[in-house]
Design a protein around this ligand. Structure first.
Ligand code: ARG
Length: 409
């Protein structure tokens, strides 16, 4: 039996790598997909071979992740439950695709991963793999073989697999870092400072703000401070720049797809800054009707991605709507990074619906104020009538209608 294993080099996947050989006699091909996690990939590869991989694939998918997944998330202002920028969720369908590619190339009919049965990642991986390759069997050893952490530690010691005494469960890629477990499982406990790696505490952030500008084309960032760059580089630079000002910490009570409520801490400096800037530019450019409707689309899109339904036709249909609308989102946004905040302080676009001539309180305004009166009467017609019927003594429906008709005419 030949199997492909999604391999991070951590305790779970190293134990699984060994166990699959022992229990199933499997030839295991390991795959590590680089989506921007700050790992020592050379060490991961060495570990894979040391514990018996017949072949190891290291796939650098950072640009693909930025250009195909994160760019779409920016266009969708994607925040699950208004809070989580979906870093892990976005990476899973891409990793699933890479696993399937390697499985095809290697003639493997099984794909294994180290997810438990309690999280979201199993849903995302499994639905991704099933969608792309219905004949591939999925092996989920931590769940199927009921591997507990204690048992794994003991087994690892016996097999010479290095174990660390890490308290937290961490996942990271270019779009963010998630921290779960330990004291964080008490939702009342404030996150200890030591869990943060990408952001400084806002109270220790510089007193002086930094100002940045982001240029958008078709809804996607194309330049930082006027300097054209590919999306990946803009994200990496902003993670540094905004993280330095304490921007990007999120403390979120989250509804997992499998029903559990969990307490999640995230660091996502670039994600929060770019989504904020992007949404602000949309408000300058889009009609209020499109904005109102797009909010529904954005939240549904985020839900689909979170719950692992990336390959669902509805996601593609929503993307078609989003891409149509985003064709107009060109312009520049100015953001102030300061003491834990990314504050939009300016925006401009050739497509702006904002018009100073209309909006100004100065005399030169082109807005015809007299039109407002009739508009207001019609706009509030039913609401005023309903309120009058309830509160003004002896106004009948008929009388009320007459009074209003007179007013309006
Ligand atoms: N709660 C986040 C999500 O579901 C983060 C999950 C982190 N995954 C992990 N294997 N540690 O997307």
């Amino acid at each position: 039996m030949k199997a492909v294993l999604a391999y991070s080099g951590g305790l779970d996947t190293s134990v699984i790598l060994k166990l699959m050989q022992e229990r199933l006699g499997a030839e295991v091909v390991t795959v590590t997909v680089d989506v921007g996690q700050k790992d020592d990939f050379k060490a991961v590869e060495e570990k894979a071979y040391k514990f018996g991989a017949v072949k190891h694939y290291h796939i650098d998918a950072k640009d693909e992740f930025a250009d195909k997944y994160v760019s779409q998330a920016i266009k969708a202002n994607a925040l699950y439950e208004k809070a989580y920028p979906l870093a892990t969720a976005l990476s899973r369908p891409l990793i699933a695709e890479k696993l399937v590619e390697v499985a095809k190339k290697e003639g493997a009919d099984v794909i294994a991963h180290g997810c438990t049965g309690k999280g979201n990642d199993q849903v995302r991986f499994n639905l991704g793999i099933h969608s792309l390759s219905p004949d591939t069997e999925i092996l989920q050893p931590v769940m199927e073989w009921e591997l507990s952490r204690d048992w794994e530690m003991e087994y690892a010691k016996r097999k010479g697999i290095p174990v660390s005494d890490k308290i937290y469960s961490i996942d990271e890629n270019i779009w963010g870092r998630s921290i779960e477990g330990g004291i964080l499982e008490d939702p009342m406990a404030e996150p200890p400072e030591e869990i943060f790696e990408w952001t400084v505490s806002p109270s220790l952030a510089p007193d002086e703000p930094d100002y940045i500008t982001v240029d958008f084309e078709n809804g996607v960032p194309t330049a930082l401070n006027g300097e054209p760059s590919k999306l990946l580089d803009i994200i990496l630079e902003l993670n540094e720049k905004a993280g330095k000002h304490g921007v990007g910490r999120i403390d979120h009570i989250e509804d997992r797809t499998v029903g559990i409520k969990s307490r999640e801490i995230y660091e996502a400096p670039a994600a929060l800054t770019l989504i904020k800037a992007h949404y602000d530019l949309e408000k300058l450019i889009l009609t209020k009707w499109v904005l109102e409707f797009k909010e529904l689309v954005d939240s549904k899109w985020s839900w689909l991605v979170y719950t692992g339904l990336w390959f669902e036709p509805l996601r593609e249909a929503l993307d078609a709507f989003i891409n149509e609308v985003e064709g107009n989102i060109n312009g520049t946004v100015k953001v102030k990074l300061w003491k834990g905040n990314a504050i939009v302080v300016g925006r401009e676009s050739e497509n702006a619906l904002y018009s100073k001539e209309l909006a100004t309180y100065e005399k030169f305004s082109t807005f015809d104020q007299k039109l407002a009166k009739g508009f207001i009467d019609l706009f509030g017609l039913q609401s005023v009538l309903a309120h009058n019927l309830k509160t003004v003594p002896k106004v009948s429906n008929l009388e009320g209608a007459k009074i209003l008709a007179k007013k309006v005419s």
